[in-house]
Ligand binder design. Structure first.
Ligand code: SF4
Length: 56
């Protein structure tokens, strides 16, 4: 299961996209995860200053 973005918490800062090792995140207003590219590393979940990403 790929990381998920809680859109109501995302400010579109791009911190997640900067740390994603496989460039699976693009920011278009809010972050969007490419579910086929995500390797579930959790880096974006740890990096997000707003707690907007989860991996459960
Ligand atoms: Fe990228 Fe890892 Fe987040 Fe998946 S869990 S979107 S691979 S940083």
């Amino acid at each position: 299961m790929a990381a998920r973005v809680m859109q109501e918490k995302c400010t579109g800062c791009g911190a997640c996209a900067d740390v994603c090792p496989v460039e699976a995140i693009t920011v278009e207003g809010v972050a969007k995860i490419n579910e086929e590219e995500c390797i579930e590393c959790g880096a974006c979940v740890d990096e997000c200053p707003n707690g907007a990403l989860s991996l459960d």
